[in-house]
Design a protein around this ligand. Structure first.
Ligand code: SF4
Length: 331
């Protein structure tokens, strides 16, 4: 299909008073129109930094992209004008954050907030049409339109996230970035929100990047998966390829071992030993080497390339013989 987003060899860092935090370290990703991609990794792996980089919303002065490129439907994001970025944000690209209050204004009714998105992006739409769209969107996310005159604090957390979803989708964006959209909610509500998002993904043809630490959510939701570790994609493939568990990056294999086995009564919880690589002091070779059960002599000194077996890529020396290294997509 048609490529919507192409991130190439992206490096991003946060310059703090006492250290430089290397959040993205040669990040590659290609997303097609309408594709649903799961971006999976632990906290601190760089997933949110990637999403904020696409929107150019890294914290000013502290956050900095030092290398690489982001192409969005032909627009060079890193060199786009503020006006171009305004056109992209909200209208063509929407973001749903973990905490709904990041996106909601406490002193404005929820109906007005959805309307505001329409005002911003569809100045020519009639008032009647906008009102109709607001009502329709509220119903679509399962909230009676009559409640549009209420304020965010009058809704439960799950309902707030539904309103945020309504705001994110009302402009029918081409790309939806959803950053752990259910993590802050309790388990029952999580399931309801995911179910809602699943229904909506059929109705709206948006491409989506679902950022999560939860492999289970991705299996239900996505076409493709990118596993992120220490600011790079270390494995990429279709949900089928990754979840078949025939070939995986040792880190991905570790993530699978952390999922409780639903079919047996004994929980199979083996957290990956060791800590996430320190982003202020990254290892030279493979960044997973200090935690890897298969670590070889070469691993500590030589960073692995992405090796491809068909469309399934794994960044690990174990697959050097078997895979092909496509210089075009890794550099
Ligand atoms: Fe483990 Fe080496 Fe593969 Fe890194 S390159 S994941 S250390 S086997």
């Amino acid at each position: 299909g048609d490529i919507l987003l192409e991130i190439k060899n992206l490096y991003a860092q946060y310059n703090t008073d006492d250290a430089v935090v290397h959040a993205l370290n040669g990040f590659h990703l290609t997303l097609h129109r309408g594709e649903k991609l799961g971006l999976v990794g632990e906290t601190g792996a760089g997933k949110t930094t990637m999403a904020l980089s696409i929107l150019r919303l890294l914290p000013p002065r502290v956050g900095q992209i030092t290398h690489g490129s982001i192409l969005y439907d032909g627009t060079d994001i890193l060199h786009a004008s503020p006006k171009e970025m305004l056109g992209l944000r909200g209208e063509r690209i929407s973001m749903i954050f973990q905490d709904p209050m990041t996106s909601l204004n406490p002193v404005s009714t929820v109906g007005d907030q959805i309307l505001e998105v329409l005002n911003l992006h569809f100045p020519d739409m009639t008032k009647e049409e906008k009102d109709r769209r607001v009502d329709e969107m509220m119903q679509m996310v399962g909230i009676p339109a009559a409640r549009k005159h209420e304020y965010p604090h009058q809704f439960s957390d799950g309902m707030k996230q539904r309103i945020v979803i309504a705001m994110a989708l009302v402009a029918e964006p081409e790309l939806l970035l959803a950053d752990e959209p259910t993590t802050a909610l309790d388990v029952t509500i999580q399931a309801q929100i995911l179910e809602l998002m699943k229904q909506l993904k059929e109705k709206f043809n948006s491409a989506m990047i679902l950022i999560t630490h939860d492999l289970g959510v991705v299996a239900e939701f996505c076409d493709n998966v990118a596993i992120v570790y220490a600011g790079e994609v270390i494995e990429y493939g279709s949900v089928e390829e990754i979840y078949a568990r025939r070939k995986n990056h040792p880190y991905t294999a570790g993530l699978f071992n952390c999922i409780p086995d639903l079919y047996t009564t004994t929980p199979r919880l083996d957290p990956i030993p060791g800590f996430m690589a320190d982003p202020t002091d990254l290892p030279e070779g493979c960044k997973f080497a200090p935690r890897c059960p298969h670590c070889m002599d070469c691993c500590a000194s030589e960073a692995p390339e992405m090796y491809y077996m068909g469309g399934h890529g794994i960044k690990c020396h174990l697959f050097r013989e078997e895979g092909t290294h496509n210089a075009d997509t890794t550099d």
